[in-house]
Design a protein around this ligand. Structure first.
Ligand code: UFG
Length: 355
C-alpha cells in the first residue's frame, strides 16, 4: 500500500509551530509533530500525531522517516531567546546548528525534497535605516542569530548539492494568539517584550523594564517589526504550496514592514489594558540591535502573502487576551493534567527509540 505523504513538523508543540499545525490541520494535511516538550506543550498540538522526542536523536529520526513518507519537513524546534544565547552560546549552537545538521542529514538520507525553515531577523547586522531585505548584509549580533544563519547556510549548500528545495522564512517579532484562543505563547519564563508586558499587565510580574533608552532611534528605545502569529503561520502554508508547485528555493522576510519602539509598544498596551504600567528604565541588554524592520516585498510577491492582522493594537489585544485566559486556566485547572491530543492519534515514539 502506498504511504500517504506526511508533513513532519519539528517543534510543533511550541508557540509558532503549533499555530502552523493548526492551520495545516484545518486544511486536512497529514501531520507528525516531533517535539521534546522542553518548552512546548502536548495540549498545543491540535492536529496529527505527537511524537515526544528530540531532533538530535538520529535513531528516532530514522525510525520516523522509515515509518512515514515525509513529503516536507517544517523545522521549528529551536532555542529562541537572544539574551540566553549570549549567556549560553554552546547550547544554541548545539540545538540550532548541530542538531539541525542531524535532521538535514536524515532528510537527505530519506530523500526528503522539501524543507521549510524557521529563521530569524536576527541574522541581519545593524543596518543603516534599520530596514532589512533578503539581500541585506547578514552579520548577526548574537549567538542566536549566528546559530540560525549557519543552518541557513547548511540548507543552502544541501539544496545546491541535492534535489532538496527549501523556503527559509526570516521571522521578525512574533506575538498574539490564534483567533479562537486555543493556543498562544505558553512559556512562563519568556523574555519577549509583548509577552513580558502582558504578564505584567495581568499581575504576573511586578514591573516592566525597558532595556536601553539611548539607542539612535526616535525615542531612544529599540524598534522592532511586530507580526501577528496567525499571519506568520499563514506564510508557512503559502511556502508549502510554493514548494509543491515545484518552485525553487527561496529566502523571505516575515514582517509587516513598519516598526514600533519599545516605548510605543508599552504605551499602546497600557492604553488597551486601561492601566498605567509600572515601567522602569534599565541599561541596554546584550545582543540587541537598535532597529530592525522587514522589507517583505518578496513574501508578498512570490508567496502571495496578504497579512490580515497588521495592526499593533490588534496584536497586543490578542496577546493580552491570551495572557488573561492563561491565568484563568491556571487558576481553575491547577491540578488537572494536560488533555490528550485530539485528531488523528497521539503516541510516544516506538519503545526503545524514544529518548
Ligand atoms: N525588551 C525590553 N524589556 C523586556 C523585554 C524586551 O525593553 O522586558 C526590549 C528588548 O531589549 C528589545 C525589544 O524589546 O529591544 C524586543 O525584544 P524581544 O526580546 O521581544 O525580541 P528580540 O528583538 O530580542 O528577538 C526577537 C526574536 C528573534 C527575532 C528578533 C528579530 O526572539 O527570534 O526578534 O527582531 F530574530
Amino acid at each position: 500500500m502506498k504511504r500517504r505523504p506526511t508533513l513532519l513538523v519539528t517543534g510543533g508543540a511550541g508557540y509558532i509551530g503549533s499555530h502552523v499545525v493548526a492551520q495545516l490541520g484545518a486544511r486536512g494535511e497529514r501531520i507528525v509533530v516531533l517535539d521534546n516538550l522542553s518548552t512546548g506543550h502536548s495540549r498545543a498540538v491540535l492536529h496529527g500525531r505527537l511524537v515526544v522526542g528530540d531532533i538530535g536523536n538520529q535513531r528516532l529520526l530514522r525510525a520516523l522517516f522509515r515509518e512515514y513518507r515525509i513529503e516536507t519537513v517544517l523545522h521549528f524546534a529551536a532555542r529562541i531567546v537572544v539574551p540566553e544565547s549570549v549567556a549560553k552560546p554552546l547550547e544554541y549552537y548545539d540545538c540550532n546548528t548541530a542538531k539541525a545538521r542531524t535532521l538535514l542529514a536524515e532528510c537527505e538520507r530519506a530523500g526528503v525534497e522539501q524543507f521549510i525553515f524557521s529563521s530569524t531577523a536576527a541574522v541581519y547586522g545593524d543596518l543603516a535605516g534599520g530596514q532589512a531585505s533578503e539581500s541585506s548584509l547578514v552579520d548577526p549580533a548574537n549567538p542566536y542569530g549566528r546559530s540560525k544563519l549557519m543552518t541557513e547556510w547548511m540548507l543552502g549548500d544541501l539544496s545546491a548539492a541535492s534535489r532538496m528545495r527549501h523556503v527559509i522564512l526570516r521571522y521578525f517579532n512574533v506575538a498574539g494568539c490564534d483567533a479562537l484562543g486555543r493556543i498562544g505563547q505558553d512559556t512562563p519564563e519568556a523574555t519577549h517584550l509583548i509577552k513580558v508586558a502582558c504578564q505584567h499587565a495581568v499581575g504576573l510580574r511586578p514591573n516592566l523594564e525597558i532595556f536601553g533608552t539611548d539607542y539612535p532611534t526616535p525615542d531612544g528605545t529599540c524598534v522592532r517589526d511586530y507580526i501577528h502569529v496567525e499571519d506568520l503561520a499563514a506564510a508557512h502554508v503559502l511556502a508549502l504550496e510554493y514548494l509543491r508547485e515545484g518552485n525553487g528555493s527561496l529566502i523571505a522576510n516575515c514582517g509587516y514592514g513598519h516598526g514600533f519602539s519599545v516605548r510605543e509598544v508599552i504605551d499602546a498596551l497600557g492604553r488597551i489594558h486601561g492601566q498605567v504600567l509600572n515601567v522602569r528604565e534599565s541599561g541596554r541588554r546584550a545582543g540587541d540591535m537598535a532597529s530592525i524592520v522587514a522589507n517583505s516585498d518578496l513574501m508578498r510577491e512570490w508567496l502571495g502573502w496578504r497579512p490580515s492582522r497588521d495592526d499593533l493594537d490588534l496584536i497586543l489585544a490578542s496577546a493580552l487576551a491570551w495572557e488573561k485566559q492563561r491565568l484563568a486556566r491556571a487558576e481553575i485547572q491547577a491540578d488537572i493534567p494536560e488533555p490528550a491530543v485530539t485528531g488523528w492519534r497521539k503516541s510516544a515514539a516506538r519503545p526503545g527509540v524514544n529518548p
